[in-house]
Structure formats: structure tokens, C-alpha cells
Design a protein around this ligand. Sequence first.
Ligand code: PEP
Ligand code: MN
Length: 344
Amino acid sequence: MVIIMNPEATSHNIDEVIKAIKSVGLEAKIMEGAQQKIVGVIGDKTKLASVAIDALPGVESSVAISKSYKLASREFHPQSSIIDVDGVKIGGDVPVVMAGPCAVESREQLLKAAQIVKEGGAQFLRGGAYKPRTSPYSFQGLEVEGLKYLAEAREATGLKIVTEVTTVEGIAPVAEYADMLQIGARNMQNFGLLKEVGKCNRPVLLKRGLAATIDEWLNAAEYIMNAGNPNVVLCERGIRTYETYTRNTLDMSAVAAVKHLSHLPIIVDPSHGTGKWRMVKPMALAAIAAGADGLMMEMHPNPARALSDGMQSLTPEHYRAVMTAVNKLSKFMHDENLLTLDEG
Ligand code: PEP
Ligand code: MN
């Protein structure tokens, strides 16, 4: 439930509302709406039955949240959230790009990739140290050694680091070396893992599950937020459909849907979304045009030699071309004021 205060409500009025909420053992959260303050109620709202909230001074109305997810919903938090990852803001005017190899393969490969990523203008270096592979015989990642190379690449370039965590035991080492924890598609409904990253103080990039509905995805975000971590960024990376030409079907409409349903930022991964490097540029541009807050793209210094996902990895040259096009389009979108989405 959210309690909408009228524009003239005083801070004393708001304090009284919070007191009433807390008196029945619920939690309250104050948010700034477009014109007025909103008090969100967290917990079982039936407990509020004994309190005449709407009768309290300064209260305009109270509205039940219709979705099963609350903290992630735009009803609860009307203003779009900006997630600050150690100074890089995701969800603001400028799209944020995360680029790098599918996997950290060696120190040399990663440092080279990091240099190219930095020069091309992305803000984050990506690269898996723990790889969730379909086959147990495929390269599984360098684990802590890979995390150390990522940290070294951050020192060398100033790029922020985003990398996947696949187990509860992996959270502590990944949080030690990375700026942002990635929950991969295969773990989107690993609720134990979601609850644990919710207790961690690092922002989380939550990729959409292989066959997850938008509702399931936002409920997965709710698990993380409900456990205490409000810093969640969503990543559309394609879903399973009957189409076999592409690796996944990149659901671009999810960007507009999520923008309507949630205040959380959403980025798009056209690499895993298509499985084909040739499709990365058009889908990256489509994502920006749709209002995505950023991109995640795979780039390898030498895709033909990549240990994983070479088919969908950009070469350094293609990466630079994609970045140039993305920057031009996002500047146009900004200058023409095309970014203002209907947030109602
Ligand atoms: C990745 O980004 O490294 C990855 C494995 O992607 P996904 O979880 O979307 O398949
Ligand atoms: Mn990959």
C-alpha cells in the first residue's frame, strides 16, 4: 500500500502517518512523488485495518498496490531510480555501456580487452570468472584468479567491474573484487542466491531468466530488494521462443513494459539476446531508441579464439563502430527530448 500525502502536508503530518504504520508492526518508507510525498507501507497491509490512515491530517488517499512485487513497482516508487555504482549512474540521461569478453580467459586477454573497452567509451568492463556453462566439459572460468585480473583491469583503466556470481559461497569473493554483482539468466529464480545478494552492499545486475515472464523477473528483483538491497538494475537478454535462427528472442518490448511497471533501470544485452555479432549493432540501437538505460555487449580482442561466445562477440573494430553509433543516437534522443517516457 502507498499513502499519498497532499501537497500541503507538513513534516509533522508525515511523522504521524509513519508512527501509525509502525504502531501495527509495519515498516514505512518515504518517497518523493512528482508533486507530493508518498509513504510506502512494507509488510502485510491487513494489519493496517485497525488504523484509519485516510483520516489522518495531510493524507490525500491510500492506494493498494496491485502487483505481487511492491518495492520494485512504480506504484510504490513513482520516480525512476538512478542506481549509483561507485560514481557511475545507471538510469540517468546517459546510457551506460558494459562491455568485455564473455569470460576472463587470461591476464593478457583481459587487460587488452579492458584497454579497448575503455578507449571505446564504455563505463564498465564485463567478463565472467564463474561461467554457468551448458556442458560441464566447457571452460568453467578462472574463478578467483579471474576476479584478480578484473580488479587489476579496473586499476589500469578506471572502468567499473561487473561480473557474475553463481553461488552463495561466491558472493563474498565477487563482492570483494567487483563493483557490481551479476545474477545470470540461469539463476534468476535461484531464490536463496537472490536473498543473499540482497544482504550484500553491492549493486546487482539481474538478468532476465531464460523463459521468465516480466512478472517473474520483477518478483526476482523484489527478493533482492526485500532482503535489504535496493540497488537493482534489470537486464533484458532474450528469452526462449520457437525461433531457432537467433540464440534467444530479444524482447525489446520488455524495455517499455518494465519502464511502465517498475522504477528500476533496465539495460539490454544484444549479444546473448541474438547470439550473432552482426545483430548486435542494430539491436543495440533499437534498445537505445526504446529507452533502455544502457547496454551490455560482448567484445573480445580476438573473437575467433574466444573460449566462449565468440560467435556473438564484437571485434575491437566493430565495438568502436557500435559505440560511435550508440553515442550519436543517444545524443539525438537527448537533444530532441525523446527520452521522456510516459511513466504513468
Ligand atoms: C553473461 O552475461 O555472461 C551470461 C552468461 O549471460 P546470461 O546469463 O544472460 O546467459
Ligand atoms: Mn557470454
